[in-house]
Write a protein that binds this ligand. Structure first.
Ligand SMILES: NC(=O)c1ccc[n+]([C@@H]2O[C@H](COP(=O)([O-])OP(=O)(O)OC[C@H]3O[C@@H](n4cnc5c(N)ncnc54)[C@H](O)[C@@H]3O)[C@@H](O)[C@H]2O)c1
Length: 448
């Protein structure tokens, strides 16, 4: 089979490379010439574990090629996947569909025969039908179908998620489109992956429902963590205690600084706009968005409190700035709220991130970048762990104490045990644990 993947970012490049690994001929298209040039030279423009090897192997085998020429790429394909960005539209939170429609229009002009046009981008309910209408208007004679195949991969484990997904959702309404999609995902039959065939609207909504549910789950445990601090309970144990219940599940129950990333913040907002449009309130999602925004601001306040209530002229060492480990993605990372808030109160922030510096540097002006964790701490008044990269899990606590001017560690990811830190003579505050920072003003201040 042969496909074109329009957009070669986190989703398009991973999906394209994985389909090639399944034996499909894949042309990855991007309008960014520098991205395509890099890929042709074997350089991967993003950080995603294992992607370099996968791309190299399939490019070498001739199954994976890269181009900026969409028209050439879609000639003779069985399916064209649209995997371009759908960011929040500035001002109103609607999903910005400019890139999706631009790609659809170009595809309409270029197709030479029957193909399934598949939206892999996360798009609001109704987008597939709108794509169908645009293509039909441009090419009244063309044989084509539009399908929705939302992507559920997670950055940092994207290849494993694509190759061994919990399920694949395909909104496809003709037998022909279902056959093409079944053919592409056939290798997953071997591992008995459920392929859920639905209508277009159902597939589109499934993606938003999944992300909003997960965002709500994270927010729920974050609020329970706040209560744990006040009542002297430990959120890690509460999470384990509830997560072992099969109806709840253990994943996405890690209390932290609030969710960020390229999906949850924009997808929850976009779902709320859809709900408004259809006059159907989604109060749980509304509360999730509001609580998460507040939480990020609270985190800055929490750090200031742990440092004695004043950070003016003080040096703060920050480990990890990406929204989660194993990615260089900075989109909506909590660090983008927390670091400027500390700087705004006069702190000098030194930071280290194993892969995120290049993306982060222009977004976090004034930060002094360091090349490793320990140099970041030298002479600092406190250490803040913002992202739980593996390299931050086994730090030498005696060395931390030696390097810091004052031995204060604020661990927003609960990487360390309070007892370990206490034994090392470090004043430690985690999230939702008995010795977390309890501060009666934090709610009010964060609301300002
Ligand atoms: N990043 C994730 O973890 C993830 C997971 C699941 C779903 N999604 C969804 O997948 C979609 C893509 O996300 P992403 O993170 O890969 O975005 P991205 O910004 O990394 O990549 C999008 C790419 O599309 C290219 N592009 C835009 N218009 C184009 C056009 N007309 N022709 C060719 N190329 C074009 C851009 O240059 C860019 O390289 C979004 O809708 C997102 O919500 C993302």
């Amino acid at each position: 089979m042969r496909i074109a993947m329009i957009g070669s970012g986190y989703v398009g490049l991973v999906s394209g490379a994985c389909f090639a690994e399944f034996g499909v001929d894949v042309v990855c298209v991007d309008k960014d010439q520098s991205k395509v040039d890099a890929l042709r030279q074997g350089r991967i423009p993003i950080y995603e574990p294992g992607l370099d090897v996968l791309v190299a192997r399939n490019a070498e085998a001739g199954r994976l090629t890269f181009t900026t020429d969409l028209a050439q790429a879609v000639a003779g394909v069985d399916a064209v996947f649209i995997a371009v960005g759908t960011p929040s539209r500035r001002g109103d939170g609607h999903a910005d569909l400019t890139y999706v429609f631009a790609a659809a229009d170009e595809i309409a002009r270029a197709l030479t025969g029957y193909a399934v046009i598949v939206t892999k981008s996360t798009v609001p309910v109704g987008t597939g039908r709108r794509v169908h209408r645009r293509v039909r208007a441009a090419r009244p004679d063309l044989e084509f179908d539009v399908a929705s195949n939302p992507e559920f991969l997670r950055e940092g484990s994207a290849i494993e998620d694509f190759m061994r997904p919990d399920r694949v959702v395909c909104g496809a309404e003709s037998e022909r489109a279902r056959e093409v999609l079944s053919g592409l995902y056939r290798p997953l039959n071997l591992i008995e992956t459920p392929i859920v065939f639905t209508g277009l609207e159902t597939a589109e909504l499934t993606k938003y429902a999944a992300n909003s549910f997960l965002a709500a789950k994270i927010t729920f445990i974050n609020e329970i963590a706040d209560l744990c601090e006040r009542v002297g309970a430990d959120v890690q144990d509460v999470a384990r205690g509830i997560g072992l219940d099969g109806r709840i599940g253990r994943k996405f129950l890690h209390a932290g600084p609030g969710y960020g990333g390229s999906c949850f913040p924009k997808d929850t907002l976009a779902l709320l706009r859809t709900a408004e449009q259809y006059a159907t309130p989604l109060r749980i999602v509304e509360a999730t968005v509001e609580a998460n925004d507040r939480r990020k601001r609270q985190m800055a306040h929490r750090i200031v409190q742990a440092m004695g209530g004043d950070v003016d002229g003080k040096k703060v060492a920050v480990l990890g700035v990406t929204f989660k480990p194993n990615t260089d993605d900075m989109r909506d990372s909590p660090s983008l709220v927390i670091v400027p808030a500390l700087q705004g109160q006069g702190a000098e922030v030194h930071a280290f991130d194993p892969e995120g510096r290049t993306t982060a540097e222009p977004l976090l002006p004034g930060v002094r970048w360091q090349d490793n964790a320990y140099d970041t701490m030298d002479g600092a008044d406190a250490l803040v762990i913002l992202t739980e990269w593996n390299v931050f899990r086994g730090l030498d606590l005696a060395e931390i104490k030696r390097r810091l001017k004052t031995p204060v560690v604020i661990d927003l990811r609960n990487v360390y045990k309070p007892s370990q830190m206490a034994a090392a003579g470090i004043t430690y505050s985690g999230i939702g644990r008995p010795n977390g920072v309890i501060d009666d003003d934090s709610q009010e201040l964060a609301a300002e």
